[in-house]
Design a protein. Sequence first.
Length: 295
Amino acid sequence: MVLKGIENDSEMIQHYLDIGKYETVASLLDKVFEDDPDNATALFQMGIVEMSRRNYLEARGYCREALHLGYDESKAMHLIGFSYHREGKLEEAEEALLRALQLTPRDSELITSYGALMLQTGQEEKALAALERAREINPSNIRVNQFLCEFYVAIYDATVQQVHINNVMESAEEEVQSLVYTGMFHALKGEVKKTRQCYQQALLLQQEDANILALLACHDSLTHPLFAPFRLVDKIGRRSIVFIGAMVLVMLLAVLQLFVPAMIVFFTALLFVIYSWIVPILYKTRMRKALESNA
């Protein structure tokens, strides 16, 4: 079967690599090696196949053989560095990726690989700098934005937000996806106003999207004045534990016959509970009015 738009074996191999059909690629490469065992490109592609099989040593072997036969050094070192990273050999990975960056300093995917490595080693400033460069070079690159999402979740421990982000990426138009990713990028840089603007613009384009509204609400819970009491309590501990602690304190003060302080603590806790019921409703009402006024 000949795929539409694919005219030769090399294009077919690249097509199957692009869609992740690595075993199909391996079968096609076997035929290439029968005719040309020293095909540098095929050797590099076989390195990718071995990476998919988690055979990292073999993957590097194919890359080095391809290099020996004149294959692009930057691409080969990128894959070698990536294999070391996957294997947990972080120093070797950094050395290989830095060599690749010397050769092609404006390769957005290569910069992203280096940023991912820096994040794993705990060097968040270097990771963010790499992310900034990668987005500047190619803001629509899928892998760059996937790493942005991983970085955002790792930094903010945003496991709940991850669900909403994934849903937006699966269902939203490209412009909305770009706005969400850009919003996350500004959030990482601490640019509160720009983050909110991006999420709001995305919500204006898809006003019924509950996932975008949830992302905006999560962001506002970290920054909006309405949620300031929640942030203060969360610094002490989980809200339920803080409330139970307040009730225990009320009873202790009552036993000590310190009734005025006990009443103050009790009514403060009660007001906080009422406030926690009212604020989400108030927030949604304000958001709805804001959307209607901007529509």
